[in-house]
Design a protein around this ligand. Structure first.
Ligand code: 3HC
Ligand code: NAI
Length: 694
């Protein structure tokens, strides 16, 4: 038997122990080991029952995702599960940690399941673009009912032991030593001749005949664009309608189909990318970091308030500084309201809210920041003000304190240079709303010390963010790429498209909303201010593309003023505005462009490929160390569809050759100034390679 699984006799009970760190994933050796353990227990006369248990931090966390894409090796998991279920002697699963995916399908094939109170069980395959492929869609509805199974399988969210027991998934929750309890349970099963509960022989209970349609309809928004949830529903339906063996056969077919799909490849890429992103090339795993036990936040506005909440939520005290008591009062009132809304929804206890509020201490005095370990500045986006603020921080903060800026575009190196400690200065770019959005773009300056940015990555994780390390450039990774999309969409408006056409195409591509809906929501004045600040750096064509200026000059700033690119009713429902259509058509005339039909495909290509090309330049310049850093920025900061894996992974899926050809086509159409392929992209495309297969 392979050493990752051991078999030991404890009296008359055979104990099969899995020990495959870090998470006991079901590699081929583990599958073979479990099967061999059951076979041994069956064969030995003095073994009357068996227990499957795991060493380490968790019960089996699922199939070994790293084996996907390789030729499948026997024994296959569904066969191992069936072998367990068919065992004539009682088999008890003893669960701690997280029993996920195949790690729950094995227990569902055991005759009994017990767990410690802190355990969780779930079928998260859908998050990898899959469905449970070892009987999960067939056995769970037979144990927990169709409705509960649909919810668990299509959400992928694990449930806690108590709930799992109430759902019928667990037989018992145990206190104290799990192994001792499992042995006792196994002996009881033998002594009391408990009937072996073979789940495949039960019927899947249907609550209402229309449950499948109703469920798909109710979740249409959540499932939009994803393949796997619909396949999960189909397979659970099979459990209710077909004999077990047929349902299993179909589940296997669907599993293999999904496993080979671009969506699942993309979602598996995302799973590993979000874990890899915190490992910084060139830094050792044991890189020292600085302790962060208190934080200062400058500016109690939109971003400062949200950032203060992030730290308070993690139990870290915050000094929140602004220039006037009024601004502090206003900022704190918004924080208070945000928390109160969460309390009202029942997702936060009043006492937890009170504790968090008490951790945020308002102040007008820089002196109060003298002891904090980290300061994040979120004052107005103006270099003169930033420099003034950093000069003050440099004077007052203790040596070793990290001084970070939340700037969206400004040069971190210029800010650092104003201080006597550039090694301690960096960017920590949160996204709005800062207490909600998961992305944190950590910007390392030319002189930022490694222990400083390593600390920013670590504290980012502590406050529940997905931190990505990037370098200094205009707009960093996210906003720099976004600017290219914005520019190209602006050109397409001039050439013949309308905002609602572009929005619809981008929405259908999988983004939560289109660029003009987004602009209206964020406030068009933000983009307008930014355009004015950058005006001298714009090309002639961009300077003359005054559509945004014209809309803003009328005081139409989007949702907050009731009109922007769209018109809004009092409930903020948007409708296309004929006045804007006329304005755009007249603008085309004014700049001498004859409008033409722009196809949806052209919109996708120009909006997305312009970003991919910029992403390639970002890689070339070393602003992002790896394509996965760019993908994670777009997935977590801008709602790039997860099932496409991020812009760089998506480019590989299309094929860089095709992207390159399209870039050349738009170079001829729009101009080399905007559409010159990045040398990296060109090189990879010509070599038939991708960003991930260099
Ligand atoms: N296969 C291979 N490696 C896995 C893995 C898996 N199923 N699950 C986790 N790992 C690896 C991670 O990549 C990471 O490796 P690294 O240290 O080299 O980066 C390491 O294990 C630790 O993982 P985390 O950093 O995520 O550790 P946490 O303690 O935060 O979380 C966990 C543990 C909750 C188990 C989390 O890792 C997780 O959710 N894993 C995925 C579970 C899953 O999706 N299971 C279903 C697999 S598909 C399946 O079972 C198909 C079947 O139906 C046929
Ligand atoms: P805001 O206008 O809502 O808040 C700025 C706050 O800073 C105000 O309360 C103001 O009184 C205060 N302030 C101004 N000068 C100050 C000083 N010298 N000392 C202390 N406080 C001062 O601005 P917002 O939107 O919160 O932006 C702040 C920073 O965050 C900017 O650099 C912006 O580019 C960046 N950012 C903004 C995002 C957004 O979506 N709003 C997203 C990501 C970054």
């Amino acid at each position: 038997m392979a050493e990752v699984v051991t078999f030991a006799k404890e009296g008359s009970v055979g104990v099969i122990t899995v020990n495959n760190p870090p998470v006991n994933a079901l590699s081929q050796a583990v599958r073979a080991g479990i099967k061999a353990g059951i076979a041994k227990g069956m064969a030995e006369a003095d073994v009357s029952a068996m227990v499957i248990i795991c060493d380490g931090r968790t019960f089996i966390a699922g199939a070994d995702i790293r084996e996907f894409g390789k030729p499948p090796m026997e024994p296959h998991l569904p066969d191992v599960c069936q072998f367990i279920e068919d065992c004539p002697k009682p088999v008890v699963a003893a669960i701690h940690g997280t029993a996920l995916g195949g790690g729950l399908e094995i227990p569902l094939s055991c005759h009994f399941r017990i767990a410690v109170a802190t355990a969780k069980v779930g079928l998260p395959e859908v998050k990898l673009g899959l469905l449970p492929g070892a009987g999960g869609t067939q056995r769970l509805p037979r144990v927990a009912g169709v409705q509960a199974a649909l919810e668990m399988i299509t959400s992928g969210t694990p449930v806690a032991a108590a709930k799992a027991k109430a759902m019928g998934i667990l037989d018992e929750i145990v206190d104290g030593d799990l192994k001792a309890a499992a042995l006792a349970f196994a002996r009881k099963a033998v002594d009391e001749k408990l009937p072996l509960r073979r789940v495949s022989r039960l019927a899947a209970k249907l609550d209402t005949p229309t449950v499948f349609e109703d469920f798909a309809k109710a979740n249409a928004r959540k499932f939009r664009g994803f393949l796997a949830p619909y396949k999960c529903i189909e397979s659970v339906k099979n459990a209710a309608e077909l004999p077990f063996a047929e349902g299993m056969k179909k589940e296997r077919e669907i599993f293999l189909e999904l496993q080979a799909s671009d969506q699942s490849k993309a979602q598996r890429h995302v799973f590993f990318a979000e874990r890899e992103v915190v490992r910084i090339p060139g830094l050792p795993d044991d890189q020292p970091t600085r302790a962060i036990t208190s934080v200062g936040v400058l500016g109690a506005g939109t971003m400062g308030g949200g950032i203060a909440m992030c730290f308070a939520n993690a139990g870290i005290p915050v000094k929140l500084l602004d220039v006037k008591q009024d601004f502090l009062d206003k900022g704190l009132a918004i924080i208070q309201k945000n928390y109160a809304n969460t309390v009202a929804k029942g997702s936060l206890k009043q006492e937890v809210m009170d504790k968090r509020m008490s951790l945020i201490q308002p102040t007008l005095a820089y002196e109060d920041l003298k002891d904090v370990d980290l300061v994040i500045e979120a004052v107005f986006e103006d270099m003169a003000i930033k420099k003034e603020v950093f000069t003050k921080l440099d004077a007052v903060c203790k040596p070793g304190a990290i001084l970070a800026s939340n700037t969206s575009y400004l040069n971190i190196d210029d800010i650092a240079a104003i201080t006597r400690r550039p090694q301690d200065v960096m960017g920590m770019h949160f996204f709005s709303p800062a207490n909600v959005m998961r992305l944190l773009e950590n910007v390392r300056g030319a002189r930022t010390s490694p222990d400083v940015y390593a600390t920013a990555m670590k504290i980012g994780k502590t406050i529940g963010k997905v931190p990505v390390l990037v370098g200094v450039c205009d707009g960093f990774v996210g906003n720099r790429m976004l600017a290219k999309r914005t520019r190209e969409c602006g050109f397409m408006l001039e050439e013949g498209a309308l905002p609602w056409q572009i929005d619809k195409v981008i929405y259908n591509f999988g983004f939560p909303m289109g660029p003009y809906q987004m602009g209206d929501m964020a406030g068009l004045d933000i983009g307008w201010r930014n355009r004015k600040a950058k005006f001298s750096t714009l090309s002639d064509r961009e300077k003359k593309n005054t559509i945004l200026d014209k809309i803003c000059e009328m005081g139409h700033f989007g949702q907050k003023t009731g009109s922007g690119f769209y018109k809004y009713d009092e409930k903020r429902n948007a409708t296309p505005d004929p006045m804007i259509e006329e304005l755009i058509i007249n603008h085309s005339k004014d700049v001498g462009i004859t409008r033409r039909t722009i196809t949806d495909q052209e919109i996708v290509e120009r909006a997305i490929y312009s970003m991919i090309n910029e992403g390639a330049k970002i890689l070339e310049e070393g602003i992002a160390a790896r394509p996965l850093d760019i993908d994670v920025v777009w997935l977590y900061g801008y709602g790039f569809p997860v099932y496409l894996g991020g812009p760089m992974f998506y480019a590989d899926t299309i094929g860089l050759g095709k992207v390159y050809d399209a870039i050349l086509k738009y170079r001829d159409l729009v101009g080399a100034e905007y559409w010159t392929p990045s040398p990296l992209l060109e090189k990879l495309a010509k070599a038939g390679k991708g960003f991930y297969s260099k």
